[in-house]
Ligand binder design. Structure first.
Ligand code: ATP
Length: 320
């Protein structure tokens, strides 16, 4: 395979999804539905989303020698993702047990398993895959030291999806171009930095909310990344880019595509994967967010995570 344009370093999990009628109380046993097992994990999701865009994509991560590991390998391979650096280790493949109550709310237990083996030592051995890739994609479901190693030593552009929310060293944030977060992850990072979580909340209304999101994105730029993408669910995303010359910022709102959402699981991951491929193809950040927005819009109209992600051709149909 040619040198991958996009290398995703991150987690791979089997999602074990079951419906329950209520959350069990301490000491209570309840009966749930049959378990549906699907391939997931933020890293693998983003690699599959990028692969389905037709990008040349490699995934660096760890799975166990078990059925869940095989499920993930199959899903990644069928999206055309290079798996040369997907290791099989002596630990169970990571799982996310996702319990869904009738109100549609999730309660999730992540068991990292093999993802704990994505250590700096393992990544040193895979260095040739990520060190010179044009775009490297990271999330926070592997050890933080590993994220730090790759973020600070990759020569290419680092797309950092700071999810799930966790405190990040300044030098990791400074490497991000862009930092991609949703609203709750943004609030967490700003609070962790000692600032207001939602600076200057204006009165309600759509414009007020958008101004507020623009201010949040600018506040995130103040934490050091070269650019920021703040995702807002059905309200789209805000893109903020630092201006080299005057220290100011270019801020733009990209609206979401109006669709009938049936399952938003993995929307954020499909967005990040598509964004990375478009950046690797040389697009500007706002243009890449445009494609990411259209990809995520298709993903939310279908059930599941990786299984819901569209090909480039299917995204084209959305425009028709
Ligand atoms: P998730 O955790 O559900 O994967 P997230 O919280 O990381 O998602 P969101 O901000 O909810 O991220 O969504 C990411 C992007 O997906 C949005 O910026 C938007 O482009 C698209 N999106 C999400 N929900 C919808 C929706 N209901 N309709 C259209 N697009 C949506």
């Amino acid at each position: 395979m040619q040198t991958p344009q996009v290398v995703v370093v991150g987690s791979a999990n089997a999602d074990l999804v079951l419906d329950i009628d209520h959350r069990p109380a301490p000491g209570e046993t309840i009966i749930g539905s049959d378990v549906v097992t699907t391939p997931g994990g933020k890293g693998a999701n983003q690699a599959v989303a990028a692969g389905k865009m037709g990008g040349s994509v490699a995934f660096v991560g760890c799975v166990g020698d078990d059925d869940h590991g095989a499920l993930l390998r199959d899903s990644l391979a069928s999206a055309g993702v290079d798996l040369t650096q997907l290791r099989t280790v002596e630990a169970p493949t990571g799982t996310a047990t996702i319990m869904v109550t009738p109100d549609g709310e999730n309660s999730i237990i992540v068991s990292p398993g093999a993802n704990r083996h994505v250590t700096p030592a393992v990544l040193e051995e895979a260095r040739s895959s990520w060190a010179t890739a044009p775009v490297v994609v990271l999330q926070l479901e592997i050890p933080l030291e590993s994220v730090e190693l790759v973020a600070t030593q990759a020569a290419g552009r680092v797309v950092l999806n700071a999810a799930p929310a966790a405190p990040l060293p300044a030098r990791v944030l400074a490497a991000a171009d862009p930092l991609v977060v949703n609203e709750s992850e943004a609030a967490f990072l700003l609070q962790d930095a000692g600032g207001e979580s939602r600076p200057g909340q204006p009165p309600g209304g759509q414009n007020g909310e958008r101004d507020d999101a623009a201010r949040t994105a600018q506040a995130l730029l103040g934490l050091g990344p070269r650019s920021v993408v703040l995702t807002l669910g059905s309200a789209g995303a805000v893109v903020a880019e630092a201006q080299e010359d005057d220290g100011g910022a270019d801020v733009a709102h990209v609206p979401a595509v109006r669709v009938e959402a049936v399952d938003t699981t993995g929307a954020g991951d499909s967005f990040v994967g598509a964004l990375a491929v478009e950046l690797a193809a040389g697009a500007g950040l706002a243009q890449a967010v445009g494609l990411a927005t259209r990809v995520a819009a298709v993903a939310v109209t279908r059930r599941g995570a990786q299984t819901s992600f569209p090909t480039l051709e299917e995204v084209g149909r959305l425009d028709a």
